[in-house]
Design a protein around this ligand. Structure first.
Ligand code: FDA
Length: 402
């Protein structure tokens, strides 16, 4: 253990991820002495691995509707005060080239390493001290209002403590339950957590029927709990993935009905009737193989439609039979059994209850000088750059006052 004298700061930030670094930069720019305490060997590991290595760093279409929270109003103030354009201004100032993929999603042209470098350069310019490989052993809040952090790098103390330790997803990247434990230590409620933006698993006959179709992808509309997403679905050897499934996974809970429309934006019955008129001699299974990936169409015929004898020509199908085929395409009856869990989840739903936190400053309503920002809070974004935008915005809100 490295022995050093107790170090005084104005703001201690626990967690050198997206939210913690943004908070540190903002507070440092105000002249505050800021120390970031990160237990991993480097900061920003999730930024590095995000967006397939190119970091989907924001979404220009960000609105409060893109977030899940027990209090859907909580995110409004911070998001309104630090918009995607504020972050884009920083990215542009550092000469980082970016492009828009789909639906306002902005990615680096070259590498997410540039975003981490930018944040560290901003930290250095603002005089922020970053302690990596530093584990916290104890947190105390004394009568004078100071927070004392006993760490493997010695003792740090400051009147403001910002918890930016993230959620539980991807434990191998440094994720820990630290923020939740600390919140409870200081009297905050923590709402139940679960994995979000995560592949869904199938089991039993559902899994057996699709396991050998692993790699098949197609556009679908996935719906659950009153929410729907149209995007691609990918069959995996354990179940279902792809953007539409990751998105809906944040709304799905065990036992919920997952609806999958395999012909998004089209009326399946109308499409089948049109094909019946145009190609009466074509077999149903051939026609389905043109509407869907061939291997999936074949499996639908074998497993879900065999009683309709799909090798018959289209002209032989009456209206009720076409209706049944259309219903199978629009409501593919698959039952998800679970999720792949925190091991592969991009985010953690639930977390520190926002009822105990000010939505303008992110400061605790119970304990002065204590702040919660980023994913540790019960605010979770959709897939597409919204989670980083929340990290930047909430980090900026706390850093402006801490
Ligand atoms: P974050 O998890 O980033 O940082 C928390 C930090 O605290 C970590 O560095 C951790 O090591 C540290 N820490 C934890 N416990 C500690 C302790 N006890 N002491 C000290 N330090 C501690 N979002 C998005 O908008 N666009 C994208 O492209 C992606 N892509 C993506 C890919 C993958 C694979 C994942 C897993 C996630 C994404 N995300 C994403 C989500 C995004 O990464 C996530 O929402 C933010 O990183 C959350 O930022 P935070 O700073 O709150 O936590």
């Amino acid at each position: 253990m490295r022995q050093v004298a107790a170090r005084q700061a104005d703001v201690l930030v626990v967690g050198g991820g997206a939210a913690g670094l943004m908070c540190a930069i903002t507070a440092g720019q105000r002249g505050q002495r800021v120390v970031v305490i990160e237990h991993a060997n480097k900061v920003g590991k999730k930024i590095l691995m995000s967006g397939g290595g190119r970091c989907n760093f924001t979404n220009t279409g960000t609105t409060p509707q893109n977030y899940l929270s027990a209090n859907p109003h909580f995110c409004k103030s911070a998001l309104a005060r630090y918009t995607p354009w504020h972050f884009i201004e920083m990215v542009d100032r550092h000469g980082i080239a970016w492009h828009e993929k789909e639906l306002g999603q902005l990615f680096c042209d070259v590498s997410s390493k540039l975003i981490v470098k930018m944040l560290l350069d901003e930290c250095a310019a603002a005089g922020v001290q970053v302690e990596t490989g530093c584990s916290i052993e104890q947190v105390q809040h004394d009568d004078s209002g100071e927070y004392r952090l006993h760490t493997t790098h010695g003792m740090f103390h400051a009147p403001a403590l910002v918890i930016a330790s993230g959620g539980l997803s991807i434990p191998s990247m440094g994720a820990s339950g630290f923020g939740y434990e600390l919140a409870r230590q200081f009297g905050h409620a923590v709402l139940p957590t679960r994995a979000g933006l995560v592949p869904l698993t199938l089991s039993g006959k559902h899994q057996e029927r699709l396991a050998d179709l692993s790699g098949v992808a197609l556009p679908v509309t996935a719906s659950c709990a009153g929410q729907d997403f149209t995007n691609s679905l990918l069959i995996t050897h354990r179940g279902l993935s792809g953007p539409s499934i990751l998105q809906i996974s944040s709304y799905w809970q065990p036992g919920d009905n997952l609806q999958l429309d395999l012909l998004p934006g089209r009326d399946a019955l109308q499409s089948l009737q049109q094909l019946q008129l145009e190609r009466p001699a074509a077999e149903l299974k051939t026609v389905l193989g043109e509407l869907l990936p061939k291997r999936l169409a074949q499996r639908l015929c074998e497993v879900w439609l065999p009683h309709l004898q799909p090798s018959r020509p289209m002209r032989q199908f009456n209206l009720p039979q076409l209706r049944e085929v259309a219903a199978t395409l629009e409501h593919w009856p698959l039952v998800a059994s679970g999720t792949e869990g925190y091991r592969t989840a991009e985010v953690t739903l639930g977390g520190v209850d926002t009822d105990g936190v000010s939505s303008t400053t992110m400061q605790s309503r119970h304990v002065p000088g204590l702040y919660f920002i980023g994913e540790v809070l019960d605010v979770t974004g959709w897939l597409g750059g919204y989670n980083f935008q929340w990290a930047w915005a909430s980090g900026h809100a706390a850093g402006s006052v801490a």
